[in-house]
Ligand binder design. Structure first.
Ligand code: PHE
Ligand code: ZN
Length: 849
């Protein structure tokens, strides 16, 4: 069978499939290197799409036999699958194929992970299992029989008969093939149950390898909370008798929402205080929720085609963010999300890989599981909710579930639901789905005779394939403070629809201080000349927690940019305002820890680039180091006090409260670490009984160049635990001095525990290097060279993870000519690798521009 030749697929070319699938029966005869898959599929002509040739996808399948209505036929091999002559009436297609899970290193289709069979079918992996119309608009009920000697054999839906050597499953809900899943192996469960609002009892399991039983309880609690939350918030109940979660060590992504059988990267579900940090716990809770929420937003209502990916992902990310905000602290979650959005999505939106939230073409769909589709997609839902209001939002969602249950839907369907539920015209809002690039808002203001005017201009720079952008509707949340710090105008939503627009506030006694883009009400870059005194004022007085944090962040950015540009010394505006905040024990410790956080090296580089300056990665790193040192010296007494005050004395619990205390204490520890030669960090490392404390101490010791013993001890303590050893790999690279990072990463690739077959380990090593800022961008070019070496090695084994990591190079045009030339050489070297995958070819080609 030939592979499909790389070709571009366009949204405008969408046509429905010429047949409906009425039922699917699959039998798997498991064998590690020769699994047989028998299929029996009932097709009926689709009256809406007549006169098509009958085509089924299939890749790397060894055909054994094919029958139509019981008679043998020989399919014609065509690019990406087969064609057959079929009757002009309903018919039964039967096939037997052989596949080789043991040889499947791409981790797509049916593969082996540590002796366990598992599948990954989104987006187009099912075609590596058997012949099928592998497209999300073809939905069918699946019945599955698994034959094999594995102790546990799972598939989607509800369990049927099982016995010696077989297990039957039936999923009554019609689903696209990308939601199919099968797992078989030596697994143990952490069981529980949940009673739905209508009184239905659901059996819950978290399945893990023997030995990991102790790391399931937290994930199970998160699942039950998610089920209750979706009932309470969206009125959505679970719809099968069982819900299974399986942890898998080798997985390209975070997790997958297969119907009734979610499969998780073990790093996104296994948790214990000794092995997981507070950040891990929060992330695990969010991902469990995310996959569970897909049961309605993704599975019951799926996507018509892959261009509509944001329909399920943007909405589901938005829903999981709401969940985390409800379970923990809403402002903290919002600030964390915006840091992530700016770090990943703004970076993408402002470089060669920029694409609309709903792209209109792709070569390899796996390359479009991006921060733009997911995180910007979620921001669009948030804006929509802000524009229509809370009640109308939930009314529209009820209508969406009502109207589209069982459908494969589009963004047009989604927006029409909102138009019908609210009477609003959303044609301008739709531009957010079609236009790439981050809008920039520039703001000026006037005050006269009690009237305050905000003049706002929006502009979106050109992105690949889109030179001119039309103005979008932007909800801008604004509040006004008077000079005493009292709020004189509570949060109001300005609806900007024009390229330039003025907004007026009347009846003010004096010129107010504006707080603009509260709660980050739109994914835009705000440009507003504000004095540092005003920023300090907002940091102290704004009633909007997000904008308080933003004021502190702006002070830090201003300070750092001045240091980078002309070696200025850090200003007292910033140092004093921050000191006032962190000293104040009435303030949330999590908020204070976030305020002590600094912009990343990458964010600073992007800022300089935005101002038409060429970032020097080494100068950025040095400015950050200097600022941290200056802060440590200025805040020493406060840091000492905070460290003592925020020690958690109760037994470890992964709660928002404890996590807040630990993050502030650890921020204090890393300041003191700069003054005491590592003594406190070493003590914390020695005493730690949880991973949050241990890893923070290890990182501090490495950063202070005092890590040698701790690094060795950590390895001895945790050598049996893959997920902890991932942390060990990445900490050594991320916290290395820039001139050492590439060499350390290279040495670690020679460590016996390094393997490129495990995506987590590959990311912990090469991904850590790619994210190390000045280390990756060191003038020697060694970082570029090492990453390119490994991408070339990984590509034949795992194209998806290789292509994803190519984004390390997406910012190359920011840098000086020397670095650009070095990166360009590596990009061409990768592109020249023999038989480079379609995934990586597309990424490198787009990055080269
Ligand atoms: N659909 C998954 C999620 O976001 C992500 C995923 C995509 C996983 C492709 C595997 C492969 O929940
Ligand atoms: Zn998702």
């Amino acid at each position: 069978m030939k592979d499909a030749a790389p070709q571009t697929i366009y949204l405008k070319d969408y046509t429905p499939f010429g047949w409906r699938v009425e039922s699917v029966y699959l039998t798997f005869r498991l064998a590690a290197s020769a699994t047989r898959v028998l299929s029996k599929i009932r097709f009926a002509p689709n009256p809406d799409a007549p006169d098509q040739r009958f085509f089924l996808h299939g890749e790397n399948l060894d055909p054994i036999s094919t029958r139509i209505d019981g008679s043998e036929t020989t399919p014609r091999a065509v690019a990406g699958g087969i064609e057959l002559d079929v009757p002009d009436a309903p018919f039964t297609f039967e096939a037997e194929v052989e596949i080789n899970p043991a040889a499947n290193t791409a981790l797509e289709g049916l593969y082996m992970s540590n002796g366990m069979y598992c599948t990954q079918c989104e987006a187009e992996g099912f075609r590596k299992i058997t012949w099928y119309p592998d497209r999300p608009d073809v939905m069918a009920p699946f019945s599955v029989r698994i034959e094999g000697s594995e102790p546990v054999m799972l598939s989607n839906g509800n369990p049927g008969a099982s016995g010696d050597g077989f297990a039957d499953w039936h999923d009554p809900w019609p689903k696209p093939a990308y939601l199919f899943a099968l797992v078989a192996g030596d697994l143990v469960t952490h069981p529980d149950s949940f009673t739905t609002a209508s009184g239905k009892q659901v059996e819950l399991n978290v399945w893990v390898r023997p030995g990991d039983e102790g790391k399931c309880a937290f994930g199970m609690e998160a699942l039950k909370k998610s089920m209750a939350w979706d009932e309470a918030t969206y009125g959505r109940e679970y719809d099968l008798d069982v819900f299974n979660i399986v942890a898998v060590d080798d997985f390209n992504m975070g997790a997958m929402e297969n119907k009734g059988l979610n499969i998780f990267n073990s790093s996104c579900v296994l948790a214990s205080p000794e092995t997981s940090t507070d950040a891990n716990f929060e992330r695990i809770e969010a991902i469990i929720a995310h996959e569970y929420f897909h049961n309605w937003t993704g599975n019951r209502i799926t996507c018509r085609d892959w261009f509509q990916l944001c329909l399920k992902e943007g909405l589901t990310v938005f829903r999981d963010a709401q969940f985390t905000a409800d379970m923990r602290s809403a402002p903290v979650k919002r600030i964390e999300d915006v840091i992530m959005l700016r770090g990943r999505q703004f970076r993408e939106d402002n470089g060669p890989l920029a694409h609309p939230v709903r792209p209109d073409s792709f070569v390899e769909i796996n390359n479009f599981y991006t921060a733009t589709v997911y995180e910007k997609g979620a921001e669009l839902i948030g804006m929509l909710k802000t524009l229509v209001g809370h009640d109308a939002y939930y009314r529209a969602l009820d209508l969406y579930f009502d109207r589209h249950d069982g459908d494969a839907a589009t963004i047009e369907d989604w927006l029409t639901v909102f138009e019908d539920a609210t009477g609003r015209d959303l044609s301008q809002f739709k531009r957010w789905y079609d236009q790439a690039g981050t809008p920039r808002l520039s703001v000026t203001d006037d005050f006269k005779d009690g009237t305050y005017i905000l003049n706002i201009k929006q502009e979106t720079p050109a992105t690949p394939g889109q030179t001119r952008k039309a103005p979008r509707i932007i909800p801008i949340a604004v509040g006004l403070l008077n000079p005493n710090g009292d709020e004189v105008q509570p949060t109001t939503i300005l609806e900007m629809t024009e390229a330039e627009q003025s907004f007026t506030f009347e009846g003010l006694a004096s010129k107010p201080v504006p707080s603009i883009l509260r709660d980050f009400s739109a994914p835009v870059i705000l440009e507003h000349e504000v004095s540092n005194a005003t920023r300090a004022f907002l940091l102290a007085h704004d009633t909007d927690p997000f904008n308080r944090w933003q004021a502190g962040r702006d002070l830090a950015l201003d300070t750092l940019l001045n240091m980078i540009r002309d070696g200025a010394v850090p200003g007292t505006d910033y140092l004093d305002a921050l000191h006032t905040l962190i000293r104040d024990d009435t303030q949330d410790p999590a908020f204070r820890a976030l305020a002590l956080g600094l912009p990343s090296q990458d964010e600073l580089a992007q800022m300089l680039h935005d101002h038409c300056e060429t970032p020097d990665p080494q100068a950025i790193w040095e400015a950050l180091e200097t600022l941290k040192q200056v802060r440590a010296e200025a805040y020493q007494d406060t840091a000492t006090r905070l460290y003592a005050r925020y020690q958690v004395t109760e037994p470890f619990a992964p709660t928002a409260e404890q996590s807040a205390a630990r993050s502030l204490a650890n921020a204090a520890m890393s300041m003191l670490n700069r003054l005491d030669g590592g003594a406190l960090a070493q003590k914390q490392f020695d005493d730690a009984d949880n991973m949050t404390q241990q890893l923070a101490a290890l990182s501090a010791l490495i950063a202070a160049d005092k890590g040698e013993t701790a690094v060795a001890r950590f390895y001895q303590q945790w050598r049996h635990d893959r997920l902890v050893i991932d942390k060990w790999f990445s900490a050594q690279i991320v916290h290395a001095r820039p001139e050492d990072a590439a060499a350390i990463a290279k040495t670690l690739t020679q460590h016996p525990d390094f393997t490129m077959k495990n995506p987590n380990r590959f990311r912990a090593t090469l991904g850590a290097l790619a994210m190390s800022g000045a280390g990756f961008h060191h003038a020697s070019g060694d970082g570029y060279d090492l990453l390119a070496d490994w991408l070339i090695k990984l590509d034949p084994l795992n194209p998806q993870t290789t292509a994803r990591m190519c984004t390390a190079f997406e910012t190359w045009k920011r840098y000086d000519t020397d670095r650009q030339a070095k990166i360009e050489t590596q990009l061409h070297r990768i592109l020249a690798a023999p038989d480079l995958s379609r995934d990586t070819t597309e990424m490198i080609t787009r990055i080269l521009g």
